[in-house]
Design a protein around this ligand. Structure first.
Ligand SMILES: [Zn+2]
Length: 438
């Protein structure tokens, strides 16, 4: 039995790296126990109840993944936190590791200087608890180019619209005050940048980021794979520079993993024929759940009422709550089963900013109920009564609508709010629109 508390069990039958791991973690103050016989893992976890298991998957006489699965299949040990550390670090091994609930994959040889820090980061809860498909926790490559400092204060969050249109039947080339680019929104804090959807608006956004020289570590959350939400992604300027790390996250499709679906976007673009993006790309397949991505940044996802696997996102960041539901068909009828409206209402409750689908006019919305979109009046009523949001941003204007139609839609929603004395402030998305929450 252990005479001192075991924080970490190490399963690595390579003498050199096993011993090194143990020494490094001991020096960092952890009670460590190195398991001599990997097959005893289940027993050891039951007895010692460690905070973490660090394990290689290439072990003599036993498949590491089978061991990991044994932990998961046992009720008592199913929730054990595990980090896989291995020399065998092909995408396949990483996928398997995350499939069996590993929180991170560290490639060997590991960095002796930073390893203990990485482990502490994960143990303290700042973990990437996503089912990551591509990434590990390797040190990130950073360029010499400094990022220009942000003009935002610690508690400020700025949301900016780079594209807010759906796709027209034929590409409209007339000028529009609302803009013609498709869905893309940035959410920015003093030191973080998050991109919502990769419609064509992501291209001008990427140019701005490149000009500013950062931020270099960027989350991109895709709601779904309808073309207007992804078509700009292959031309995102930051892909050209190895200084950038893009963490692309979204839902997988029924028969396609998220990673493969993103890869297909790149394959479908002539731009990447025979070339590979230079930026570091990390893919994260996410489900309807909440993920703590940093101490001040929590992401939650919920399935949207929209054809194909589609997510809505809630960002809780720097003390603000922003909900992004660009493709979301509200039921809107108080006499029908309103499970979706209620669920989304709870998900968006008290949002500082709710960005919601108002694709169709009220009249057209009634005629096209099966398309998973909403209208200005339904979105306004939902924002005020169900979500009780402070601000509503009407979003995803139909690609074929004239400026005049969109003006009327905005006016209609504003009047509805005024008549009912709702306190939710109504805005309509427009390229260049920005709102800074204090
Ligand atoms: Zn869609």
């Amino acid at each position: 039995m252990a005479d001192t508390k075991t924080d970490i069990i190490i399963v690595d039958d390579d003498e050199i790296s096993g011993r090194l791991l143990k020494d490094l973690l001991r020096q960092a103050g952890y009670g460590t126990y190195r398991l001599r016989r990997p097959l005893d893992l289940l027993l050891a976890v039951r007895r010692r109840k460690p905070r973490l298991v660090i394990m290689d998957i290439v072990l003599r006489g036993v498949d590491g993944f089978k061991l990991l699965k044994t932990l998961r299949d046992n009720r008592e040990t199913a929730k054990t936190r595990v980090i896989v550390i291995s020399e065998k670090s092909f995408d396949f091994e990483k996928q398997q590791a995350f499939k069996y609930g590993a929180e991170a994959f560290i490639s060997k040889p590991f960095n002796v200087e930073t390893l203990a820090g990485q482990i502490t980061h994960i143990l303290d809860g700042n973990k990437f608890n996503l089912a990551a498909l591509g990434g590990g926790m390797e040190e990130e490559e950073m360029s010499e180019t400094e990022c220009e400092p942000s003009d935002l204060k610690d508690n400020q969050v700025r949301t900016r619209v780079w594209g807010c249109r759906g796709l027209a039947d034929s590409l409209a080339n007339s000028e529009s005050a609302w803009g013609r680019q498709t869905s893309c929104v940035s959410v920015e804090t003093k030191d973080r940048l998050i991109i919502l959807d990769g419609g064509t608006g992501i291209v001008p956004l990427g140019r701005k980021i490149a000009e500013r020289g950062g931020p270099k570590d960027i989350w991109v959350f895709l709601t779904h794979f309808h073309i207007d939400h992804i078509m700009g992604l292959p031309n995102f300027p930051c892909l050209e520079s190895s200084a950038f790390t893009l963490r692309i996250a979204g839902a997988g499709e029924t028969e396609k993993r998220f990673k493969d679906a993103v890869r297909d976007i790149f394959y479908a673009s002539p731009y990447w024929h025979n070339r590979h993006p230079r930026a570091k790309l990390l893919m994260y397949e996410i489900a309807e759940d909440s993920y703590d991505l940093a101490p001040d940044f929590r992401l939650s996802a919920m399935h949207a009422n929209h054809p194909s696997p589609t997510l809505c996102y809630r960002l809780e960041i720097a003390g603000k709550k922003i909900v992004y539901a660009p493709d979301s068909g509200l039921v809107g009828d108080p006499y029908s089963m309103q499970a979706y409206d209620e669920k989304l209402g709870a998900f968006s409750r008290n949002a500082d900013l709710l960005i919601h689908d108002s694709c169709f006019t009220d009249e057209e919305w009634r005629q096209r109920p099966g398309e998973g979109h909403s209208s200005p009046s339904t979105a306004m009523e939902f924002a005020a009564l169900q979500a009780e949001a402070k601000n509503l941003l009407l979003f995803h204007h139909d690609g074929a609508y004239s400026d005049e139609t969109i003006n009327q839609m905005k006016t209609k929603a504003e009047e509805l709010a005024k008549e009912n004395r709702w306190s939710t402030i109504c805005h309509a998305a427009k390229e260049g629109f920005s709102l800074t929450l204090d």
